[in-house]
Design a protein around this ligand. Structure first.
Ligand code: PLP
Length: 284
C-alpha cells in the first residue's frame, strides 16, 4: 500500500512519524474517515468541513487547502487502485523535540497522514440484511465529543465489551439517555418518526447523520432531534446507526431484547437505499 506522510507518497513500510508526535503522546490530533465507492469519494466536502472545525476547536488551522486535501485523497485512490473502501486522514499538532504538556511553539509543522483501507463490496455488506446487535454501556468519554479527536480508547473498549457480550457494537448512555454508538450515530423509529440525539458537545456531528436526515426530510419522513433512553429504544419499531463506513445499518437487538420484529425495518432499509443512491450521484 502507498500511504501519504507529510508531503510524500511512500510504501507503508517506509512511512515514519516521530516518537514525539503529539497524537502519539497526548492524543493531540484529529481524524476523518471518508468512504470510497466505485473509486469515488462520498461526501468529501462534509468531511473536509468537519476537519477544519475540529482543528479550529483545538486551536489549529488546516495544514493545507481543501482542494489540496482532495488531490491527495484522489491520488491515493489511484495509486492503490482502490474501488471500495475508506480513506483515513489524521492531522496532529506535530512533533516538537520533546514531551511537554504545553503546546509546541507556533510554526511547528503539523503531522499529516493519510492511508487507504480496501473493503471490496462495502456497500453490499450482508450485515445490512441481517442487522446488528448492540449492548448499552455508560458513556465515560470526555465532554467534547463534537471534536473528532484520535482519543479512541473508550470507544475501543466499548467495542470489546460488545464482542465479549456476543454483540456487534455498544450504544453509550449518559444521564439516562443514549448519546451515540462507539463509532456511529444512533437512531430509533417510532410510529414513523425518526428520533436521533440532538447536536451538541455530547456527540460527534456525523456527516452521514446530516445527509441521512436531509434525505429523510426530503422524503417527507418525520424527524425529531432529541435525546432518547434505552427503554424507549427497546420499545421502538426500529433502530439503526449511521456512519461513513457503515452508511445506514439496522440495529435489531439491544441488550439482548429484539427491537420491533427483530429484523431490519422498512425505514432503515429505505434510508440506506436512498443514502447510497443519492451520495453516489454526487461522489467526487
Ligand atoms: N459518532 C462517533 C463517535 C464516531 O466516531 C463516528 C464516526 O466515526 C460517527 C458518530 C459517525 O460520523 P460520520 O457519519 O461522519 O462517519
Amino acid at each position: 500500500r502507498t500511504v501519504y506522510v507529510n508531503g510524500e507518497y511512500v510504501p507503508e513500510a517506509e512511512a515514519k512519524v516521530s516518537v514525539f508526535d503529539r497524537a502519539f503522546l497526548m492524543a493531540d490530533g484529529v481524524y476523518e474517515v471518508t468512504s470510497v465507492l466505485g473509486g469515488r469519494l462520498i461526501d468529501f466536502d462534509g468531511h473536509a468541513a468537519r476537519l477544519e472545525r475540529s482543528l479550529g476547536e483545538l486551536g489549529m488551522g488546516m495544514p493545507m487547502s481543501r482542494d489540496e486535501l482532495l488531490t491527495i485523497h484522489r491520488e491515493l485512490v489511484v495509486r492503490n487502485d482502490l474501488t471500495d473502501g475508506m480513506i483515513y486522514l489524521q492531522v496532529t499538532r506535530g512533533a516538537p523535540g520533546d514531551r511537554d504538556f504545553a503546546f509546541p511553539p507556533e510554526g511547528t509543522p503539523q503531522t499529516v497522514v493519510l492511508f487507504t483501507q480496501s473493503k471490496p463490496g462495502l456497500a453490499d455488506s450482508p450485515l445490512a440484511k441481517q442487522g446488528i446487535r448492540v449492548i448499552s454501556i455508560p458513556d465515560v468519554r470526555w465532554g467534547r465529543r463534537d471534536i473528532k479527536t484520535v482519543q479512541l480508547l473508550y470507544p475501543s473498549m466499548g467495542k470489546m465489551m460488545a464482542k465479549k457480550a456476543g454483540a456487534d457494537d455498544a450504544w453509550m448512555v449518559e444521564d439516562g439517555a443514549v448519546t451515540e454508538g462507539t463509532s456511529n450515530n444512533a437512531y430509533i423509529v417510532k410510529d414513523g418518526t425518526i428520533v436521533t440525539r440532538n447536536l451538541g458537545t455530547e456527540i460527534l456531528h456525523g456527516i452521514t447523520r446530516a445527509a441521512v436526515l436531509r434525505f429523510a426530510r426530503e422524503a417527507q419522513m418525520k424527524v425529531e432531534e432529541r435525546a432518547f433512553t434505552i427503554d424507549e429504544a427497546k420499545a421502538a419499531d426500529e433502530a439503526f446507526i449511521t456512519s461513513a463506513s457503515m452508511f445506514v445499518m439496522p440495529v435489531v437487538e439491544i441488550d439482548g431484547d429484539a427491537v420491533g420484529s427483530g429484523a431490519p425495518g422498512p425505514v432503515a432499509t429505505r434510508l440506506r437505499e436512498i443514502y447510497l443512491e443519492e451520495s453516489r450521484k454526487v461522489a467526487v
